[in-house]
Ligand binder design. Structure first.
Ligand SMILES: [Fe+2]
Length: 291
C-alpha cells in the first residue's frame, strides 16, 4: 500500500521578549494541531506572569478552528516559562516532552531543594516521548528525534517535511545552542546536529529561537541544505573536535540567561507554578553563588 506523506502548515509566533518562537502545526483549518514551545510572559522585576503571548496562540487556534491534540516542549527551557497549563486549560490537548526529562528534574530538584513530594519522573507531563516514537496528529505523520547536547533531554519533533529542532541549531548566521547547562555536552550536541542534517536537503527546519545579528529581520525557518552549506558552527566540513573547542570556549564567555532561575523551576513542573506556601503566595527561589 502506498502512503502519502502530508506536509504540515506551520504558523510561528515570535516573542520579542525572550526571542522564542511558538509553533502551531496543522494540516488545514478545522484539523488537529500541535502547539510547540509556548511562552508564559514573565516580568522578572515584579514576578508577575501574563498571558499575552499565549493568547495569540489561542486566537490563532480558534480562528482556524483547530483541535489541539498536543502541547509539546522540545526541552526544559532556561530562557522562558512555558504556558502549557494555560493553553491546556483553554484549548485541551495533552502536554508532552522527551522521556529523559526525569534526569533534568532530578538535578534541579536537588539544586532548588524542591518539596519532597515532587517526583523526578516526568509524571507532571501527560506523555513522555521516546526516541522515534510516533505522534498521532490527524492525517499528519509525526515522530520524535532524541537530540541531546544542549540539555540531556532535548527532543526535536518531525511532522512530514518539517522538523522543530528546539535548541540544537539556530539560523545559519547564529549557529548552535550552548551546552554548559547541567548535563549539557558539546560532543553530544555535535552528534545531534549531524542527525538532523542527515535528513533530506529540502527538509524544513524551524528554530526555537532567533537572535538576529547585524540588524537582520527575525527569521526562524531554514532547510537542511542551507544549514549544511552555511551554519557558522556546523556547516559541512566542521569536525567534531573543532566544534567542541569552539563551543566550549564560547560557552565560557556567555552570561546566564536572564530568566534561567524562574524558567527552570516552572518548566520542570510542566509549566505549573510552585505550590503556594502557607500564606497563599507561590515563590521561586534564587540559589546564591551557585550558577
Ligand atoms: Fe534551551
Amino acid at each position: 500500500m502506498n502512503t502519502v506523506t502530508v506536509n504540515p502548515r506551520v504558523h510561528g509566533i515570535f516573542d520579542p521578549a525572550t526571542w522564542t518562537v511558538t509553533y502551531v502545526v496543522y494540516e488545514k483549518p478545522g484539523s488537529a494541531c500541535a502547539i510547540i514551545d509556548s511562552v508564559l510572559d514573565y516580568d522578572p522585576k515584579s514576578g508577575r506572569t501574563r498571558h499575552t503571548s499565549a493568547d495569540l496562540v489561542i486566537d490563532f487556534v480558534k480562528a482556524n478552528d483547530l483541535k489541539v491534540a498536543w502541547i509539546l516542549e522540545t526541552h526544559a527551557h532556561a530562557d522562558h516559562l512555558s504556558a502549557a497549563p494555560y493553553l491546556k486549560q483553554h484549548l485541551g490537548g495533552q502536554t508532552a516532552i522527551g522521556d529523559h526529562i526525569g534526569g533534568v528534574q532530578k538535578v534541579f530538584k536537588g539544586i532548588f531543594n524542591m518539596e519532597e513530594s515532587f517526583k523526578a519522573d516526568g509524571s507532571q507531563f501527560d506523555h513522555l516521548f521516546a526516541d522515534e516514537e510516533s505522534i498521532p496528529l490527524g492525517s499528519l505523520s509525526g515522530h520524535t528525534l532524541f537530540v541531546p547536547g544542549h540539555t540531556p533531554a532535548c527532543v526535536a519533533y518531525q511532522f512530514g517535511d518539517a522538523v522543530f529542532v528546539g535548541d540544537t541549531l539556530f539560523m545559519p548566521d547564529v549557529g548552535t545552542a550552548r551546552c554548559d547547562f547541567p548535563g549539557g555536552d558539546a560532543k553530544t550536541l555535535y552528534a545531534s546536529t549531524r542527525r538532523i542534517l542527515s535528513l533530506p536537503p529540502a527538509t524544513r527546519l524551524f528554530m526555537c529561537h532567533d537572535y538576529p545579528p547585524n540588524g537582520r529581520p527575525v527569521h526562524f525557518e531554514t532547510t537542511v541544505a542551507e544549514q549544511k552549506a552555511a551554519n557558522i558552527h556546523v556547516h559541512d566540513g566542521v569536525s567534531e573536535m573543532d566544534f567542541v573547542e569552539m563551543r566550549t570556549q564560547r560557552d565560557a564567555s556567555l552570561d546566564m540567561p536572564v530568566l534561567i532561575l524562574p524558567a527552570v523551576q516552572i518548566n520542570i513542573r510542566a509549566g505549573e507554578l510552585p505550590p503556594p506556601e502557607d500564606n497563599g503566595i507561590a515563590y521561586v527561589k534564587i540559589p546564591l553563588n551557585l550558577l
